[in-house]
Write a protein that binds this ligand. Structure first.
Ligand SMILES: Cc1cc2nc3c(=O)[nH]c(=O)nc-3n(C[C@H](O)[C@H](O)[C@H](O)COP(=O)(O)OP(=O)(O)OC[C@H]3O[C@@H](n4cnc5c(N)ncnc54)[C@H](O)[C@@H]3O)c2cc1C
Length: 381
């Protein structure tokens, strides 16, 4: 495994760091106090990123992107996610969209790269989350189109999307083999964002989506008609690696804040940094962050080598998200009352990281999948 960083990537990471300090950090106080970043300001920062050359970073060069690999992207995310607004650069289509052909490819895949369109994706339903193969939203062939009916839950960023990457069943009797992936424009009659769902996370309000006899053209499905499960799996694997990389930035920032505070905060005549109880908390944080980084880098490096990373992504996300939960908790403790206050980002990170033990597959489902890879058919209940 080779995690060495070229001079070019070192320069890129320095520029991302400067961007974070210059464009995002001035927005941090407002974010912490309001619990959200005004959408116009978020988009303005994204546009500034684009002007600074941070656009379509992981898109192949032949498609107009910058061709960064997964390892380099993990390093970029580690830098960016030291800010609590969970900011990402734009122009990167969801992996599913790479499978679009013809007009669909230009409209959606290249539309995202050109910055004309934004997507959200919808697997989860009121009755189906982890058990994705049992989704009930239906796509029924009807003449020259498909008719969609059903409800989707917890769909992030639907409020700012131009289209939804929708997973629906074309034949419920086939389970996972009867799931299709469809692209639906947000203004399609019969489709609405029916309600926001407030959560404990800052600036993270997913939505419920309703489809009532929503008619879409026949060629709106991505790839083969019933290969939605495979596409979802690819999408989720990619997402798991990305989420795992986010945790590295979050943990780094929290540890840096706690180390700085431990040296300055004096109790009984000594900085708390001199107390072993505090030292041990910090040492555990640093050790676990390093361990998580190795898992993330390894999975990312394997992806760059063209190797399958389904299991490695499960392992990296499981460990990194649980590491981030422990690190945000311990570092908040080191800060005492200040850690709990909105003056500092640790409390925001603390609440934010909780979702990543749920979304893109819960920790329990991750453990189940990892065990299945270890135990084979003996793991079947
Ligand atoms: C803020 C937020 C944003 C989200 N964004 C999106 C989005 O953009 N798009 C989207 O499609 N979804 C999204 N989700 C949904 C998310 O992916 C689901 O919540 C997640 O997959 C878990 O499904 P569930 O909530 O139905 O939990 P359930 O599947 O009902 O699970 C409940 C509990 O049971 C456990 N459990 C279930 N089955 C098993 C088993 N076989 N063995 C052991 N334990 C089990 C789970 O681990 C969990 O602890 C989002 C959720 C949140 C909170």
């Amino acid at each position: 495994m080779d995690f060495s960083v070229s001079e070019e990537v070192r320069t890129l990471l320095d520029s991302v760091r400067q961007f974070r300090e210059r464009e995002l950090m001035p927005l941090e106080r407002e974010f912490l106090m309001e619990g959200r970043l005004d959408l116009a300001k978020r988009f303005a920062a994204e546009e500034k990123g684009r002007k600074s050359g941070f656009w379509a970073l992981d898109v192949p060069e032949e498609d107009g992107g910058q061709g960064l690999g997964q390892l380099q992207m993990a390093m970029v995310h580690e830098v960016l996610f030291q800010h609590p607004a969970m900011f990402e650069f734009g122009g990167s289509p969801e992996p599913v969209l790479r499978h679009c052909h013809g007009e669909l490819r230009d409209r959606y895949y290249h539309g995202v790269i050109r910055g004309e369109r934004r997507s959200c994706y919808a697997f989860t339903e009121p009755d189906t989350g982890s058990d994705f193969a049992r989704i009930r939203t239906t796509a029924v062939r009807d003449g020259d189109g498909w008719v969609i009916n059903g409800t989707k839950m917890f769909i992030s960023h639907a409020d700012r999307a131009d289209f939804v990457i929708l997973f629906a069943t074309t034949d419920p009797s086939l389970g996972a083999s009867g799931v299709g992936c469809f692209l639906v424009d947000m203004d399609t009659p019969g489709f609405e964002v029916s309600r926001p769902i407030p959560t404990m996370g800052d600036d993270w309000e997913p939505n419920e989506l309703s489809f009532n006899d929503c008619r879409i053209p026949l060629d709106s499905h991505v790839g083969d008609q019933d290969n939605g499960f495979g596409l979802a799996d690819e999408q989720l694997t990619h997402g798991r690696l990305k989420i795992a990389a986010f945790q590295l930035g979050i943990a780094r920032r929290c540890i840096d804040i706690a180390v700085d505070w431990a040296k300055r905060r004096v109790t009984w005549g000594k900085p708390i940094a001199a107390r072993q109880g505090v030292q041990f908390m910090l040492a555990d944080c640093e050790t676990e962050l390093e361990a998580a980084r190795m898992l993330v880098y390894r999975a990312a490096w394997m992806a760059d080598m063209g190797e399958p990373i389904r299991n490695e992504a499960f392992i990296a996300k499981l460990y990194a998200t649980e590491m981030a939960q422990r690190v945000t908790d311990r570092t908040l403790q080191v800060l005492g009352g200040l850690g709990y206050s909105r003056e500092l980002p640790i409390q925001s990170f603390y609440r934010q990281v909780r979702v990543w033990r749920i979304g893109h597959g819960t920790s329990e489902i991750h453990r189940w999948m990892i065990a299945r890879n270890m135990l084979g058919s003996a793991a079947k209940d």
